[in-house]
Design a protein around this ligand. Structure first.
Ligand SMILES: *Cc1c(COP(=O)(O)O)cnc(C)c1O
Length: 382
């Protein structure tokens, strides 16, 4: 049905009506007092979301721009870095580091499994000469629906004493707690089309005092993404270049909504939706792709044991819900339910119902009509 398609993919995520209305106006001058006031307010809101007193800078670009900014602003040619890789976005970090000629060592886990914090601990403890400059990983691995134990890994990095922690929190920020100061996260990258509930186009990067020290030494080439000028102009509530002005209107409005809901309530909602999606799938007799106990609060990856692309098409064409497919070797094998950002109980319940209907239509043997919805409803009420 026209205009009815509901996004349940891990970005872009649904945008509240209030936010769309905030964007739907003429842009204002980006050097005007009115815009600077907006920058001042969003800066404070972003620090609240990141639970930090560090700088949180706004870049016009997608989430990967913030990731790239993190690398090129804190590292130097030939630096040794340790990358966690257990999915498509872990791989992106590795590719990005290699593009800048860093000496990358990886700690891998199979897709669907979480990274093992003790593997990081072992490599970091063995580095007695303190040559590892950064530990780089993805908090919520969107491609597999796995959340990594960032708190434990960051703890091992702090014990090392020299390396920085650089994290992709693109699908964890706004879905689960990312206490940047408490966990000592030096660089945190995120993007607007995920937990922020606004359209794609802005990315965010937080920089600790240690990250800024490293910026002073960093010799990797940079211009548009050199965070030095961003920091300087942020002190005057401004930007070095023309920012996506209307997306700032959206950002301020969305963050106001998030502040009204409260961090704890937002995280609890995402945890409940993860529980409902997982319970619904299990009751339908299909397998979760992520290992037990490490499902992401933003996304549930499902291995239905049948043609996942056919199922996804059926859910889209018949029920007007867009699920995400599998990436790379998982294409056709898994589908992913995004429950990140502006998502309510109804969305999750309907998604489970639609998947149930599609599985029944496809004649997948194990499915008992109503079982998925019943289990999801119970999880939502728990
Ligand atoms: C969406 C996403 C990104 C950013 O991708 P862009 O397309 O550059 O916005 C990075 N990491 C993860 C884990 C993501 O889910």
């Amino acid at each position: 049905m026209k205009d009815k398609l509901t996004l349940m993919i891990p970005g872009p995520t649904p945008v509240p009506e209030t936010v769309l209305r905030a964007m739907g106006r003429h842009p204002i001058g980006h050097r005007s007092g009115a815009f600077q006031a907006s920058v001042a307010r969003t800066t404070a809101q972003l620090k609240w979301l990141h639970q930090t007193s560090n700088d949180v800078l706004v870049i016009t670009g997608s989430g990967t721009a913030a990731m790239e900014a993190g690398i090129i602003n804190t590292l130097s040619r030939g630096d040794r870095v340790l990358c966690g890789d257990n999915g498509k976005f872990g791989e992106r970090w590795v590719n990005l580091c290699q593009a800048y000629g860093l000496a990358v060592e990886t700690i891998k886990a199979a897709w669907g499994q979480p990274l093992d914090p003790s593997a990081f601990q072992a490599v970091l403890e063995a580095d007695t000469e303190k040559r590892i400059r950064a530990v780089i990983l993805t908090h919520s691995e969107t491609s597999t629906g796995v959340i990594n134990d960032l708190e434990a890994i960051a703890g091992h990095v702090r014990a090392h004493g020299r390396a920085l922690t650089l994290v992709d929190c693109v699908t964890s920020l706004g879905a689960t707690t990312v206490p940047v100061d408490a966990w000592g996260l030096d660089v945190v990258a995120s993007g607007s089309q995920k937990g922020y509930m606004i359209p794609p186009g802005l990315s965010f990067v937080s920089m600790s005092a240690r990250a800024w020290e490293a910026h002073g030494r960093s010799d990797l080439p940079k211009f548009y993404l050199d965070l030095g000028p961003y920091r300087k102009s942020a002190a005057r509530n401004s930007n070095p270049f023309t920012p996506a002005v209307n997306l700032y209107f959206a950002l301020e409005t969305a963050l106001e909504m998030m502040q009204a809901e409260g961090l704890e309530a937002i995280f609890a909602r995402h945890a409940r939706h993860r529980a409902a999606a997982q319970a619904g799938m299990k009751a339908l007799g299909v397998n979760l792709f992520s290992a037990e106990g490490c499902g992401s609060p933003a996304i549930t990856a499902v291995d239905p044991g049948c043609d996942a692309e056919a199922l996804r098409q059926l859910v889209k064409n018949k029920y007007d819900i867009l699920l995400a497919g599998g990436q790379d070797h998982l294409k056709g094998r898994i589908f992913r339910i995004g429950h990140l950002g502006f998502v309510c109980d109804r969305d999750v319940l309907t998604a489970v119902a639609a998947i149930e209907g599609a599985l029944l239509e496809m004649g997948v043997a194990c499915v008992e009509a109503g079982a998925g919805v019943a289990a999801a409803a119970r999880a939502l009420n728990a």
